[in-house]
Design a protein. Structure first.
Length: 528
């Protein structure tokens, strides 16, 4: 895309703390909408690689690896699509990543023929829980307060197929925030009739890093954006007048030494708060992941440090001090033989890439696995096959393995998965020709923990003149966290606010005001 060279912000410099999708989106919008030259934008990132939680790496020999598997949806991801609409595709610079994305999904649509697998029969909702589900959508968010999902439903609700389809699509657990669940029900209401088939889901052509992060970061580099890698943001210094607060210095650590960036009165700061994949621990086929002793990662320490200075910067401890309620474990398996894929495809009736999540109802870990379209990595050879999965209850003992999922090696997790799928005879040959990498993430669902509105600061707090918050832990009314959309929307809002642009944010689709959507949703609930 050709960028308008007219520049009304030539004397401004922008500093963005963190290198995830929210930061990359902020830089992109500063260039496109704010007309700030790329050379005047600096991204400060702790690691040696951009992308944050949207990662992807590996090889057939060592095994491929991603911490997560991101899915999209047509009406709920309008900000993300807006961002991708002006980023050129890596494969064909004449089209955008958005065009590439939609072309891929036309060829490879999702329709799961077997969403849930298990010995137990189909379980619907009781009339009481149907009423409670409708009631929770009708209530205000403030009335739900800090209540948990389990406070609003009977124990049988959490055994129903409706709940299993919902919770494994979005990674909710019974002790998570009822207010956050309500947001998801409203935001994805148009998809409620389709969670059993996942036909509402759109996939990226490759893994999230190569499909999303790499084209954006390449484009930003061509625009001249500076990347300060291996640089850990530690704190901010502020100056305060009677009416305003302004950042005057960024303190960060590089090569073990503190460095400072003085912030001019015209400069802007965009700050990520916390991290849902902070302190992630990787294992291997023969070793279990081991978490570091209870110690906050730098992303959380940064938020703690600035929150001590002003109450309006939120309450990080609400999200980072309940690891027993925010931990989840994922795994990425690489196969050198197609046997596992062929067995799953035969069982489900779906070719790889066409079925979305498969959830094992009887699993104590509540395992789910997805076989993406192959290749899942750009340079993945034809004789390698990559799948991804996760367990919502990593602190439970397995059905066949007398250990918690968090204590298991990759081989033990893969063997447990195979037994649930009925592939017991094939386990030795599958393990011999595979590499399974588990990953334990202690904060991955922390944004779902019960919280008050003020626990997450707004994108642009009142009285803060030159800084905005971005990412998963700022507050965006009516929007759903734990999505790429949330991060990109925070970036869009931050740029519009700080630059005082005569531009409105991309509207949030509200299916609850569409009579057809509302009718389909109520029908789905009442006849569940």
């Amino acid at each position: 895309m050709k960028i308008n060279k007219q520049n009304h912000n030539i004397n401004k410099k922008a500093y963005i703390i963190g290198g995830g999708i929210a930061s990359l989106a902020s830089a992109a919008y500063l260039i496109r909408d704010g007309h700030i030259p790329g050379k005047d934008i600096t991204i400060i990132e702790e690691s040696d690689k951009l992308g944050g939680s949207l990662d992807g790496k590996g090889s057939p020999e060592t095994g491929y690896f991603t911490r997560g598997y991101r899915m999209f949806e047509d009406k709920a991801y309008l900000c993300a699509y807006d961002l991708l609409s002006f980023i050129p595709s890596l494969a064909d610079s004449n089209i955008s990543v958005k065009e590439e994305f939609f072309n891929f999904n036309k060829i490879h649509p999702v329709y799961s023929k077997l969403r849930l697998i298990g010995s137990s029969k189909k379980s619907g909702l009781s009339w009481k829980d149907k009423f409670n589900l409708i009631k929770i959508m009708a209530r205000s968010e403030s009335s739900l307060g800090t209540s948990r999902i389990q406070d609003n439903f009977s124990p049988l609700f959490f055994k129903s197929d409706n709940w299993l389809e919902f919770c494994t699509t979005f990674a909710f657990q019974p002790w998570h925030s009822a207010a956050e669940m309500r947001r998801y029900f409203l935001r994805f209401m148009q998809d409620s009739p389709f969670l059993g088939t996942l036909s509402c889901i759109r996939n990226a052509p490759y893994n999230q890093y190569e499909s999303i992060i790499l084209p954006i970061s390449n484009w930003l580099a061509k625009q001249g954006v500076r990347f300060e890698m291996n640089s850990r943001a530690a704190n901010l210094d502020f100056k305060q007048s009677d009416t305003q607060i302004a950042v005057e210095c960024i303190r960060y650590i590089y090569d073990g030494k503190e460095r400072k960036i003085a912030i001019d009165k015209n400069d802007l700061v965009f700050a990520n708060l916390g991290s849902m994949t902070a302190a992630s621990a990787m294992g291997s086929s023969i070793s279990a992941p081991r978490l570091e002793p209870a110690k906050l990662s730098s992303a959380w320490v940064f938020w703690e440090n600035i929150a001590k200075k002003y109450l309006k910067f939120g309450s990080p401890s609400v999200f980072n001090s309940h690891q027993n309620e925010s931990t989840m474990e994922s795994f990425t398996a690489t196969f050198r033989d197609p046997a596992f894929f062929k067995l799953v495809e035969k069982m489900t009736g779906n070719q790889a890439g066409s079925g979305g999540y498969i959830t094992l109802k009887d699993s104590n870990w509540l395992l789910s696995v997805v076989l993406p379209q192959q290749p899942h990595f750009i340079n993945q050879p034809d004789n390698a096959y990559v799948c991804w999965g996760y367990g919502l209850f990593s602190n439970e003992k397995g059905n066949f393995t007398p250990k918690k999922m968090s204590e298991c090696t990759g081989e033990e997790i893969l063997a447990e998965l195979c037994r649930h799928l009925g592939f017991k005879k094939e386990i030795p040959s599958i393990l011999k020709t595979s590499n399974c990498i588990p990953c334990l993430m202690p904060y991955i669902t922390s944004q779902f923990l019960p919280r008050k509105k003020e626990d997450r600061p707004p994108v642009a707090p009142e009285g803060l003149s030159n800084m905005a918050f971005i990412g998963q832990f700022c507050e965006i009314p009516n929007e759903t966290s734990f999505t790429v959309e949330y991060s990109v929307r925070s970036a869009q809002l931050a740029v519009i606010s700080l630059l005082k642009l005569n531009k409105k944010e991309t509207p949030i689709y509200k299916g609850q005001y569409n009579l057809k959507v509302l009718y389909s949703t109520l029908k789905t609930i009442l006849f569940a």
